[in-house]
Design a protein around this ligand. Sequence first.
Ligand code: ADP
Ligand code: MG
Length: 305
Amino acid sequence: MSLIELSSIERVFGDGDGRTVALEDINLEIERGEFVAIVGASGSGKSTLMNIIGLLDSPSKGKYKFERSDVAKHSDREQAKIRRKKIGFVFQSFNLLQRHTAIENVMLPMVYARVDRFGREKAAAELLRRVGLEDRVYHYPNELSGGQMQRVAVARALANKPMLILADEPTGNLDSASGQKVLTLLEELHADGNTIVVVSHDDAVTDYAKRVITLKDGTIESDKKKPSKKAKTKEESSAKSKSSSKSKTKKKTSTKAKTKKKSSKSSKKSKKDSKPTSKTTKKTKSSKKKDASKKTKSSKKKDDK
Ligand code: ADP
Ligand code: MG
């Protein structure tokens, strides 16, 4: 079922000489349970689109349906209620309250949702455990690293069990290792059934998302879905079994071929790693596993071009 439906959306700022068309003719549907990345150059309209999706801003023209209901027909109050109950936000600058501990920051949205103190504490502690910060519960933001602050922000975004998580440049202020951790966390939340939309100009995010929408000058330049994991695993396994059946007959040649393959793969990888956005340091077990599948993904991407 469509969670988000944007039809002919336009967003114009200012008028006269200062008139900026930030979004133009945006048509977009996002289903429940998708993991979407919105990418594009700075100024292409990503945040404007995100703010409209998150009911933080209204389009100048066009229709936005959230859960099949026309957002424009809701009062400001009703929109605020939808935001509070159904949408969790993660921002580039974390936006944590500095004078409050990690757990207090996570509990805050639950205060507005009128959860009692005991319930809040229990849920917030559980969420901090979920994002791997069980040993930082009573730390203040200035006692945390950027990556840890962003994980507190993710926990806070999850406080009211939203159906949609919106993240605008969540890795923008993080080093690549911490950025990977946050993206892995979003990936896990997606696997738990959450709908996730991430805005980024960081290439790494496209390795995690299952659908990549590219904006250019306020319009959708491309919208690409990746093959589902299931199909990919099948492909991979049939490729594997083919090569293993070959190996039974021509053992020597296949070993050579394998080594050749390996070296061509690693040369591809090193090419990728030479990019400024490369991921290098401290990889977790799951991200290592991911790398294996990423290689095929990225080589696939190259083939597509
Ligand atoms: P991105 O997030 O992709 O960097 P934005 O959505 O922030 O891009 O901005 C898209 C365009 O809209 C830019 O040209 C920007 O200057 C303009 N813009 C965004 N917000 C405003 C605003 N509040 N007032 C005027 N212009 C704006
Ligand atoms: Mg932006």
